[in-house]
Write a protein that binds this ligand. Structure first.
Ligand SMILES: Cc1ncc(C[n+]2csc(CCOP(=O)(O)OP(=O)(O)O)c2C)c(N)n1
Ligand SMILES: [Mg+2]
Length: 368
């Protein structure tokens, strides 16, 4: 199984493999990883303060979703699981929406208008099927668009993964599947997940290419995805990319990793942190010095503060679940909605007249 790495831990690039990327884009990529990192840190604090719900950070895994996001266009499909914050921010999801999503607010699942994305989706490996279906639609519609779907190492043990990969191979759809192998599925280690030597080699059984990539190396992730996208656009079918990375933080805010893994293991991965390595690379290339980095930190801090303010000022539509589930509300749900609205009025809430379950459904159906 081929393994692709371009940046070493000191941030030196293998010149034969180094992609040509404009300095401005390299700087934006660093900003993207930094924004995701600082956003995660802030989200953990908000959760501890009881201001959002459970949160799953992607600390240490930023390059694995940002590289693929950089390598596709807005009309291609980006199908995240739940640890693709860096990629989602790059695609144009406002931070405030991501905060709303983790607060259990429907608004956080509404896709921004100008991108072909699906929202955060937690059922493990279900995203593989969504992405395979979208890739199939790209092919059936005669476009040269591709779909990129994400999953974790643990998700490769799910039937959905098998079904999606099998279907993608049989129908030769333009699908790129990125496995974020972060070594753990909550407390279950990679070694106990599968007897396969690599996760990438599973592609061989489905009849298409697989490649193992240093997932903490943003340049390698970009190159691997670009190759896969080029092949898919030309009708060459799917690719499976195994991004070898590490979850430096908690699985979610409901988890204590000290119960199942050692501090020594975490320490071993810290020098491979994608942000550190890419930062060194940019410094060496004289693209981003300490001063420039400080300015980015300030910019990102302001963006996060503004997003928290926007999200917390958002007035949730508490009747949203009634309106987003079925295209036509059946009588029993209509009755429940009426009862719910009567209760809201009885406690003094202002409920608009049109909130009777009619007339709003069509506008919302397209969201998913
Ligand atoms: C179908 C399903 N089963 C169980 C869960 C609970 N769950 C959430 S994340 C997770 C582990 C996923 O591990 P992995 O695929 O390696 O992704 P990671 O969390 O490491 O990013 C589990 C079991 C779920 N969300 N969906
Ligand atoms: Mg995992």
């Amino acid at each position: 199984m081929e393994t692709l790495a371009i940046l070493d831990p000191e941030g030196n690039a293998d010149e034969a493999l180094e992609p040509k990327i404009e300095a401005a884009d390299l700087r934006r990529l660093f900003r993207g990883m930094l924004a995701s990192r600082r956003f995660d840190e802030r989200m953990l604090k908000l959760q501890r303060q009881g201001r959002i719900g459970t949160y799953g950070p992607s600390v240490g895994q930023e390059a694995a979703s940002l590289g693929p996001a950089f390598a596709i266009g807005p009309k291609d499909w980006f199908v995240p699981a739940f640890r693709e914050t860096a990629g989602m921010l790059w695609r144009g999801w406002p931070m405030s929406k991501i905060i709303l999503w983790w607060s259990g607010n429907e608004e956080g699942a509404k896709v921004p208008d100008d991108i072909n994305d699906l929202p955060i989706c937690v059922p493990v490996a279900s995203q593989c099927l969504h992405a395979a279906g979208l890739a199939w639609s790209c092919k059936l519609n005669g476009t040269d668009h591709v779909a990129i779907g994400f999953l974790g190492d643990g998700a490769t043990s799910e039937g959905d993964f098998h079904e999606a990969m099998n279907c993608a191979g049989v129908y030769q759809v333009p699908l790129i599947t990125v496995i974020q192998n972060n070594q753990w599925a909550i407390s279950h280690p990679r070694a106990r997940q599968t007897a396969s030597a690599t996760l990438a080699q599973k592609a061989a059984a489905y009849g298409f290419d697989g490649i193992q990539v240093d997932g903490n190396d943003i340049l390698a992730m970009i190159v691997a995805t670009r190759d896969a996208v080029k092949k898919a656009r030309a009708g060459g079918g799917p690719t499976l990319i195994e991004a070898v990375t590490y979850r430096l933080g908690v699985h979610t805010t409901a988890d204590d990793p000290k119960k199942y893994r050692t501090d020594e293991e975490v320490e071993l991965w810290k020098p491979k942190d994608p942000l550190i390595r890419f930062g060194r690379y940019l410094k060496r290339k004289k693209i981003l010095d300490d001063k420039g980095r400080g300015l980015l930190e300030e910019e990102v801090a302001k963006e996060i503060a503004a997003a928290v303010e926007t999200a917390e000022a958002y007035e949730p539509d508490v009747s949203a679940p009634f309106h987003h589930t079925l295209s036509e509300m059946p009588d029993h749900l209509r009755a429940q909605l009426a009862e719910f609205q009567a209760y809201r009025r009885s406690i003094g809430e202002a409920v608009p007249e049109e909130e009777d379950g009619r007339g709003r459904l069509q506008g919302n159906v397209g969201v998913f």
